[in-house]
Design a protein around this ligand. Structure first.
Ligand code: 4AD
Ligand code: MG
Length: 467
């Protein structure tokens, strides 16, 4: 008998009524009464669970009616309209078999367990209603990303993962090496000599694909990357991972306004796609009492799709923070970095919506950003969203060779290493810009999940690299 996936079954349930089918999945519960049993099964394809009624006269009834939660099962039966509340159809089993049994040490019993505990059994958590939902949303947002950029003529670039440049100049890189530490020689200056290492030079995992995206934007016009990104920053927070996924579009002939508008359109597209394609997932996640979002969060998200994103400069942001009566832990003088508490004040209390902050002081922004004429600020933008803070960082890039070189020298960077990046400014330079969106933060924002470890399959954080 043909196996039908539950998503297909529920999406087209009318056409299956009266038909005999096979389903396969994992048992969520079995309730045994005198002459029959109720078996509830999920196969992970959708939020809906199928209820199966097994009469005591069917083949293999003893084995099927005594299955424990977590058992993998194959069931055959007739699809009928359900009289029960909350479900359109159910199955009247006429037989089936256990594919994979469990014993009673299976950790996902019917009663809910904590998110912390589920992180420790990340190999099994995709079998829960919650994580099934989260990872289906994640999948849809990835599809929506490719759709969005591809429809707008952006080419997908697979930027390298192993690199010899620090694309952010922040020194938060994981080394890549095939030589054990003791195997390195030191040169006359006492510096490690990497010449006998695999690449003959010091290499790391990428912190961004931006510099390579700039190369291709100035050849193909518009590109985007979507790949894993690694940062060894020692931030053990609910919003930081050592390995996360980033989407980085880069466009030629663009200024900061173009970049900001693209960012707003992209975020709206992600939300809109999730609302249309993951309605039951979002409803389920938003109804769980663990995060700050409420049951009406879908309406909040809808309003974001319909609204124009507010745009303020960093200087205006500082003025707003100083005019508030809020007691912040960190200072808010002009020139201070905006901390999470400041970002959250702007989004969660002042604007109650996403906000784009532009023109930050150059001192805490990356070397490649276009310098403003004031000599103090750069054409940077961060998109801040409620509940999360920074979702996107981007900028117009410095296209003048002279200005870029002088900034890099100021920052004591090794210009030779970036020779190819500088040549972009030497050979047919053009105004261009782009941004990076933290994929996990976008999933957090849309699902309302409050810890970044719960929106990536197998999180890597300081001191934690299991699975
Ligand atoms: O602001 P960031 O550092 O910008 C860049 O990497 C630029 N190269 C982007 C560009 O212009 N092409 O990082 C971009 C975004 C952040 O806004 C945040 O959402 C996410 O990446 N991000 C992290 N997400 C999870 N864990 C971390 N450790 C992250 N660091 C940054
Ligand atoms: Mg940033």
């Amino acid at each position: 008998m043909k196996r039908i996936i539950l998503k297909e079954l529920f999406n087209n349930h009318q056409s299956y009524v009266g038909k005999e089918i096979n389903i396969k999945g994992w048992v969520r519960s079995v309730r045994k009464s005198k002459a029959f049993s109720f078996i509830v099964v999920s196969d992970g394809s959708c939020q809906d669970l199928l209820q199966i009624i097994a009469d005591e006269n069917i083949d293999n009834y003893d084995a099927l009616s005594s299955m424990l939660t977590g058992t993998c099962v194959s069931l055959n039966g007739l699809i009928v309209e359900s009289k029960g509340k909350g479900q359109s159809i159910e199955m009247q089993a006429n037989g089936g078999e256990v594919i994979g049994a469990v014993d009673d040490s299976y950790p996902l019993q019917k009663k809910g367990t904590s998110l912390e505990h589920l992180r420790e059994i990340a190999h099994l958590r995709s079998r829960t209603n919650l994580f099934g939902a989260v990872f289906r949303v994640r999948h849809e947002l990835a599809q929506a990303t490719h759709q969005f950029f591809s429809n707008r003529g952006f080419f997908y670039l697979n930027s390298p993962i192993i690199t010899n440049v620090d694309g952010e100049g922040a020194g938060e890189m994981f080394n890549v090496s095939t030589v054990s530490k003791a195997g390195f020689k030191k040169d006359d200056k006492g510096e490690i000599d990497f010449s006998n290492d695999y690449f003959g030079k010091e290499t790391s995992l990428c912190v961004t694909g931006q510099l390579e995206a700039e190369c291709h934007a100035l050849g193909l016009g518009a590109v985007y990357t979507f790949g894993p990104t690694f940062r060894s920053e020692n931030s053990n927070t609910k919003r930081h991972l050592a390995e996360f996924w980033m989407i980085e579009p880069e466009i030629a002939f663009a200024d900061l306004d173009d970049v900001a508008n693209l960012a707003a359109d992209y975020i709206k597209h992600l939300i809109d796609h999730a609302l249309k394609n993951c309605a039951s997932e979002l409803k389920f996640i938003h109804s769980i009492p663990f995060s700050d979002v409420d049951k009406n969060y879908v309406d909040t998200l809808k309003s974001v799709v319909d609204s124009e994103f507010k745009k303020i400069t960093y200087t205006e942001a500082i003025d707003i923070l100083n005019a508030s009566n809020e007691k912040f832990e960190f200072p808010t003088n002009w020139g201070d970095e905006l901390q999470t508490e400041h970002e959250k004040y702007l989004t969660d209390k002042h604007f109650l919506s996403p906000v784009i902050v532009t023109d930050y002081p150059k001192d805490f922004k990356a070397f490649y950003m276009k310098q403003n004429d004031d000599g103090k600020t750069v054409r940077a933008m961060d998109v801040l969203v409620p509940g999360i803070g920074e979702l996107i960082g981007g900028s117009q890039r410095e296209e003048s060779l002279e200005k870029l070189e002088s900034r890099m020298k100021e920052l004591n960077m090794d210009l030779e290493n970036y020779w190819w990046y500088l040549e972009l400014r030497k050979f047919g330079s053009a105004p261009h810009g782009g941004f990076g969106l933290g994929f996990e933060r976008a999933i957090m924002y849309i699902t309302g999940m409050s810890n970044i470890r719960d929106v990536i399959a197998f999180p890597r954080t300081p001191g934690n690299c299991d699975f």
